[in-house]
Design a protein around this ligand. Sequence first.
Ligand SMILES: [Zn+2]
Length: 91
Amino acid sequence: MGTTLLPGGAGKYVLGIDPACPRCQESLTAPHMLLHCPNHKAQRNHLKAALHSHGLVLSFSNVLDPKGAARGPVYSALAKYLLDCQITDKI
Ligand SMILES: [Zn+2]
């Protein structure tokens, strides 16, 4: 995936942006935020459930490009996840 405006991407190029996740000090990239950050584990359960109900596992490609009938429900769950995590100002 390409560079994003998340701190893990932009922070490599823009002085004053800390590229690390403020909570766990991992590089704050889209995969970290969507899949791995332990800080958002509770909110991620809804997203996982939406994927699992369509036979999909939690992965970067399944979250961002779900196929067929999974697309609508997974995107709805992704929107809820981003809102629940209160990170819509960072994407
Ligand atoms: Zn984190």
